[in-house]
Design a protein. Structure first.
Length: 346
């Protein structure tokens, strides 16, 4: 453990849970506390010597996070996931909080992906991942840091299932645990102030009012004012892509692999940012992914990207924030069901 993404997604046989199978009693088996080092895993990608390994970095990152979470639950000596009925639980990616690019990627250098569980709640785990570049006669450097939120579910009831608690023994581990706890609290706070829950704040309302004063009259008259070459309407930045989901991209739960969805969204986000800026763009960060529901095999996936906001800093004259929404389309009715929200910065 961990396994390459193409293997990790298929470790479990297709398995259908039936009513005749008695659900395991969760209370019968005590949960063994784990140390952070017991879930540590790494993958080396020899890009420098094997150019055919290029692509699929998003898949590798998501697969690594899943492998780390399973390793925490099953123990450091585990080498296979086994059948879902034997272990009685499954783990899914709830969200990706951040992926920050710290240095440019170079195809002539090898990459090391590593990570470990840094925090556990009742049924959730915070997994920190790191991408390091080495070789080609240059010193090692960290090129990316990221955080995944994984949740454990009972294989029979599909309800939240307790995870093994985490034991912190060193000051570094305690600091990482506190970081994971803060990340979880921050995510919960952001969810509570979501626009779908509460109205805009006074500052947000003031900004909306200022935009209404500037452009509202033209909108009501169904006209688009001449904003000049340096401005664009958000509606004009929308790009869309429709794809059929094939079983080659399935995960252990026989749904579309989350890492594959991440790559598709990343590619469309890059296209949107490039067409908007009319030039080459550099990936700065993944600002968040919400996995709302799984994407079935054989479904039609609709990806829709849009420029959300632009700004600048002394280091980056143009910063573009791109949102990508993934939906499953019902071919009979044409209705859509949102499965994922992605946020990128270029």
């Amino acid at each position: 453990m961990p396994y390459p993404p193409t293997d990790a997604r298929k470790q479990c046989d297709a398995y259908e849970i039936t009513d005749s199978m008695p659900p395991p009693e969760e209370s019968e088996v005590p949960l063994v506390p784990r140390r952070m080092e017991e879930s540590y895993s790494e993958i080396t990608l020899p890009f420098g010597s094997s150019s055919q390994l290029l692509e699929q970095l998003m898949e590798h990152l998501d697969s690594l996070a899943g492998s780390i979470a399973y390793k925490h639950m099953l123990g450091p000596a585990t080498h296979t996931l086994g059948r879902i009925d034997e272990r009685g639980f499954y783990i899914v990616t709830a969200s990706v909080d951040r992926l920050d690019m710290l240095a440019p990627l170079c195809s002539s250098r090898d990459l090391r992906l590593s990570g470990q569980v840094i925090y556990t709640g009742r049924s959730s785990m915070e997994v920190a991942v790191k991408m390091e570049a080495f070789g080609n006669g240059r010193p090692e450097e960290t090129v990316m840091l990221g955080r995944f939120s994984m949740v454990c579910r009972d294989a029979h009831t599909h309800r939240a299932r307790k995870v093994n608690p985490l034991v912190c023994t060193t000051p570094e581990e305690k600091s990482l645990y506190q970081l994971g706890e803060l990340v979880k609290q921050r995510r919960q706070e952001i969810a509570q102030i979501s626009l779908s829950r509460v109205p805009p704040s006074s500052a947000e309302a003031a900004e909306l009012h200022a935009m209404h004063i500037k452009y509202g009259q033209h909108i009501m008259e169904n006209l688009k004012p001449d904003t000049g070459k340096d401005h664009a309407w958000m509606g004009d930045t929308i790009l869309e892509k429709n794809l059929l989901m094939f079983p080659q991209e399935r995960n252990v739960h026989q749904k579309v692999f989350g890492g594959y969805l991440m790559r598709l969204a990343h590619e469309l986000g890059y296209t949107s940012a490039s067409m908007f800026t009319r030039g080459h763009v550099k990936f700065l960060s993944l600002d968040g992914i919400a996995f709302k529901r799984p994407v079935p095999i054989g479904s039609i996936l609709r990806l829709r990207s849009q420029i959300l906001y632009t700004t600048s800093t002394p280091d980056y004259p143009i910063i573009v924030h791109v949102g990508v929404r993934a939906s499953v389309v019902d071919v009979k009715t044409g209705s859509e069901e949102v499965t994922n929200h992605f946020r990128f910065t270029w």
